[in-house]
Design a protein around this ligand. Structure first.
Ligand SMILES: [Fe+2]
Length: 295
């Protein structure tokens, strides 16, 4: 398993914050996540901004269009561009979601759930191996938020993910808000969900806000991280260690300073759980990661 750079706490790079980020006034924010599809076909201002950011901070690429679970053939042109982009930005890793987006060349632009069965696991694992071969690096997959499931599913989601890691060596992006949303919507125990994942597989954590719609929770990314998700973060940090963590806030976007506050809260929680010794170890590892990406 490839060693994961200890990047600390980052935030998603969003257009309304570009001007401020380019001034370097980002507080203690240590790294940025870039949405792959925003830059993969762009050579305009967006791409220029991301290149400037990648010169100064570590960046990771987070995609929404890979369609690792689809039955359509993998898009080799997209994968080639992704490999080139990751190289040009010196991305610390490349992630996408355990989902399918569409079929027969049509995209719903949604992260659709998969039936969690051994034959689907085999299908996804074969595609992950192809993607990793093309990229020349480990693919990192995120657990999506769940609202419906398939009657034919015979595995739990963490079991599916754990077996996928075992079969392919891929990494996992553990979205704790998605765990909370999925567990609530499907009446599952989120703590047991987290305990079922292999420790060495977790490359990154996402923290985000959600909307309580009464009958279900909606993964809305439009507000602060909720208390039950912070509680899961404590559990996750205790189990997985100082995993690079990202605040995902996409709608009703606050000021950059407010985002940085949310990042600082994550940093404080990690310090409380791990103590100063490990937090300092993470800082040393961060310095190493920065040297590696040439900042
Ligand atoms: Fe996420």
């Amino acid at each position: 398993m490839t060693a994961t750079p200890r990047l600390g706490v980052g935030v998603g790079l969003r257009t309304p914050h570009h001007a401020q980020v380019l001034t370097g006034d980002v507080g203690e924010v240590e790294w940025f996540e870039v949405i792959t599809e925003n830059v993969i076909d762009s050579h305009g201002r967006m791409r220029w901004v991301v290149e400037q950011v990648a010169e100064r901070w570590p960046v990771v690429l987070h995609g929404v269009a890979l369609g690792i679970g689809s039955t359509d053939p993998l898009d080799r042109v997209y994968l080639g561009r992704l490999r080139r982009l990751a190289g040009e930005l010196r991305a610390a890793w490349v992630s996408d979601h355990l989902c399918w987006n569409g079929v027969q060349g049509l995209s719903t632009h949604e992260l659709l759930p998969l039936p969690l069965r051994p034959d689907v696991l085999e299908h996804v694992a074969a595609r992950v191996r192809i993607v990793q071969d093309v990229l020349g690096q480990r693919l990192v997959l995120e657990n999506p938020s769940g609202y419906v499931g398939f009657g034919s599913s015979s595995m739990s989601e963490p079991q599916f993910l754990a077996e996928l890691v075992g079969a392919t060596g891929c990494g996992l992006l553990l979205d704790l808000n998605n765990v909370h949303v999925t567990a609530y919507n499907h009446d599952l125990d989120p703590r047991a969900w987290i305990e079922a994942l292999p420790v060495e597989s977790i490359v990154q954590i996402h923290l985000a806000g959600h909307d309580d719609c009464g009958t279900h929770l909606l993964d809305s990314h439009d507000r602060p991280v909720a208390d039950p998700v912070w509680a899961l973060y404590r559990q996750a940090i205790a189990r997985f260690g100082p995993v690079p963590t990202l605040i995902e806030w996409d709608a009703a976007l606050p000021s950059f300073a407010r985002l940085a506050e949310e990042a600082e809260r994550a940093r404080q929680v990690a310090r409380q759980v791990l103590g100063n010794e490990q937090a300092e170890g993470a800082c040393v590892a961060l310095a190493g990661a920065l040297a590696e990406v040439g900042t």
